[in-house]
Design a protein around this ligand. Sequence first.
Ligand code: DGL
Length: 282
Amino acid sequence: MQKDDIREGTPDAPISPNGSIGVFDSGVGGLTVLREIVRALPYEDCIYLGDTARLPYGNKSRETVTRFAVKNAEFLVSAGVKFLVVACNTAASAGLDAVRDHVRIPITGVIRPEARRASSVSKNKKVGVIGTRATIKSGAYERAIHGFDPAISVSAVPCPLFVPLAEEGWFDDEVTRQVAERYLAGLATEGVDTLVLGCTHYPMLKQVIAETMGYDVTLVDSAVPIAREVMETLGEMGLLRKEPRDRRLTFYVTDDTTSFARVGEAFLGFGLDDVRHVDIVV
Ligand code: DGL
């Protein structure tokens, strides 16, 4: 099966199956991806990094986000990861290649798996994409979707306020509903039949987004396809842990640990026992 977005560097030393799966985002958003990885791979240790000191990434320049992404990746590699998931659409659209140049382990981003799925589920060939300003400005989704099907018309709309609303835990809230109506009204009238949630924070707002767009619009996010890719790639590389064991989930944040643990629990569906602070100098 063709892998979406998997880029493999040449390892300096053999990668150990005892390593962890590393996942990063600017904040809690990437936990929507981690949740599926944890479900699919019950014996794997995972290390999650939320770069909360520098959140949001979505309003920053490509150069700045790329610098952050490279530093995050280097930190996770130094912490012993065997596979890296860039669970941040903004970072993946800005700097996946730069990260690959710095890191000698398999890496996956979140753009192509969603683009591929959106291209295959859209019947009327009208696809909407929502994401941060930086992701939408990058044009990464248009390129990826047109790579699968050039006939699809793509309408892309930035929804920057969705990130703080999700970080705040306002998943089902009147304010979120009003913001959604304002951002999505145009897309809803354009008749898109598929909407890509191009930011890992947005699946937490799925209910409100679905209500606003109408339930006949298919919402696409990256979590399940990414978890599948991680599992298949580790299997093919002989890096999968197969023996039942108690696995470790470790969380690092670059700012306050308490609020991350609180909101993170709602994203993951279980308590975060081991949340540590780390300073990452960029
Ligand atoms: N969750 C991130 C993304 O997928 C970024 C949100 C932000 O920091 O603006 O784009």
